[in-house]
Design a protein around this ligand. Sequence first.
Ligand code: SF4
Length: 332
Amino acid sequence: MNLLEVQDLKKHYPIRAGLLQREVGRVRAVDGVSFHIAKGETLALVGESGCGKTTVSRCILRALTVTSGAIRFAAKEGEFVDLATLPKRQVRPLRRHIQMIFQDPYASLNPRMLVGDIIAEPLKVNGVPAAERRDRVTELLELVQMPPGARSRFPHAFSGGQRQRVGIARALALNPKLVVADEPVSALDVSVQAQIINLLLDLQDRLGLSMLFVAHDLSVVRHVSDRVAVMYVGRIVEVAPTDALYRAPLHPYTEALLAAVPAPDPARRGHRRIAQGDVADPANPPPGCAFHPRCPYAIDRCRVDRPELTPVSDGRWVSCHRAEELDLAGVR
Ligand code: SF4
């Protein structure tokens, strides 16, 4: 059963110029994105910086007003509300169901508040009595594997990984239906990243978490996601179950992201090609397939005809004119 259904989501920013500030163009930060997240599922949204993935997550949280499209969220079993169009005062009571884990555990925790108060803050805002808040903080600290004494210390007493555990505890305080994790490990050392990923895996098992996991590369999402959606210049170019995507990427951009993932044995990367050049400008994307200036497989058609995201097999979607022809079992 789906918890979230995003359909044809667009977020454009007008570019204005001249004395009258007329609109002369648009930055198409998100340009027609559709995906769903089932109950208990983790979807990773992956792409280089500027691809629009954080904008998508901010639209879901209603931190941004969408240009068009629908964000249907099952606030109650089988009853969807469209977060994209819901008036702000009706969004407020729904916020408890969608919580965020932030990228930077140093900046996202108030340095003047005790850890216990930080974790209890969402409970307080939602009117939970003090005694219940105390018990819940104890429970949450145990859940994220922090000592009970952590509640009476300030964030600066802890390492980056421990602070991120506090951020996770705060995000889980209200038992949200959906957690949006925006690059939750990218500010941490590699060894600490693995610990936080293991914690998230444990929480998935114990709580049946549903999660949108935003990341800029494919190295961190492999173990934590059920499916992966790859974004390039405001659009999704491939969606696939995680194992299938890592085994055989169908889109050349996914192939390039995988080629950039450090492998213990470089020979195992095979002949996957790393993309050359810079990410296209969303204010002025290339015609046809936006990836064509960087794509080693581009043909004439790619320069004029934009490919649509099309189903290719069970649960796999790809937007590439040559997806079938280049199917990776053999050619790449
Ligand atoms: Fe490359 Fe063409 Fe496929 Fe775009 S449509 S990814 S340019 S082969």
